[in-house]
Design a protein around this ligand. Sequence first.
Ligand code: GDP
Length: 418
Amino acid sequence: MTTKAQSYLHHFRNIGIAAHIDAGKTTTTERILYYTGRTHNIGEVHDGAATMDWMEQERERGITITAAATTAKWKRSGTDQEYVVNIIDTPGHVDFTIEVERSMRVLDGAVAVFDSSQGVEPQSETVWRQADRYGVPRIAFSNKMDKTGASFELVLNDIKERLGAVAAPIQYPMGAENEFKGIIDVVRQRAHFYTNDLGTDIEETDVPAEYLDKVAEIRAQLIEAAAEVDEDLMMKYLEGEEPTVEELVAAIRKGTIEKKIFPVLCGSALKNKGVQLLLDAVIDYLPSPLEVPAIKGKIEDSEDTQEFPADPEGKLAALAFKIMADPYVGRLTFVRIYSGTLQSGSYVYNATKEKRERVGRLLKMHANSREEVTELKAGELGAVIGLKDAGTGNTLIGDGDDKVLLESIDVPEPVIKL
Ligand code: GDP
């Protein structure tokens, strides 16, 4: 049951993009920020060169990529519903460090990027295991489909064989390498052809005849995998009935959030192919803050814990997860608000440092702008100016509230597969 005050959270996705070095995390993130910022920040750009220049400038300024949490907006294709997508910077290619733990704690889902010419490399396996340890639902993006040696099947096989995970191919590429020209949405049985270099013009058609058999075969596997996690779908499946698109999406979503299946997509971030469909999949399959377990806090001097469900009207519970020095405003403390509402100019209690602190201004970081806001609500991420003592990993609660410390996610011992 969600209250009216919580309903905005259905349209929130807090995600990380995880990859091992060189798989294309930076390029994918940039393209996501480009597409999500297109109408909001730079207007409709029809001139490809201008757009690329803009991305280059952004890269030089480094704003987009270095913000610990960037707030973007995405209208789910084919609908009028706008979603807030917060992209949390996940440090790549580091082992089980506290840095990774902190970023994994503040995200609700992740996109794992693979290089489809390499499959699952040892380091991408490390990233995957980290997400497993922290119980992060994820979708996989088989990137670099334009590259020599690219193979979607290789990535699918490796996910099964090397990661031991149930890969759910929700897409199928049309062509590969120089011939990579589009993507088939296996769930909806529609083909998306890219008709310009920017990847902004997409022509949607029926599945071309030469792909019909392949798509039917993959779709059957997909339905079978989804039926395993959804009883209603299983009943239909056993009776030989076709599920509707909505039923299939709902079952895949359920399986993804339960971390039983992993939707696999494909594309080429460099060639702007597949990124918009990837954003749609983030909306369709990754959880909102209401669909992940509520964070727990340990009550001082007691064995008891307190849960903080995502609710703007609940008690304040926030976690500082990154401190950055900003040349203009000084110390920026990035926070995720789990519960309650953080107000600018208010006082909070830093339960870790046992200090009362004054919140100065609050910012939401966008790809190429900062927005000053008066409050950050449950489920939101942003930066606080003015906190003097808060360090990474500190718990912030309401001034005068009973002391609790947000727990780290219960991390099970890693299962080492021989
Ligand atoms: P990161 O280390 O994971 O952040 O990877 P980058 O995004 O920096 O990409 C590493 C290299 O791969 C760069 O030279 C990119 O231009 C290239 N790259 C990224 N995406 C693609 C892609 O879709 N196709 C091809 N051919 N190259 C790509």
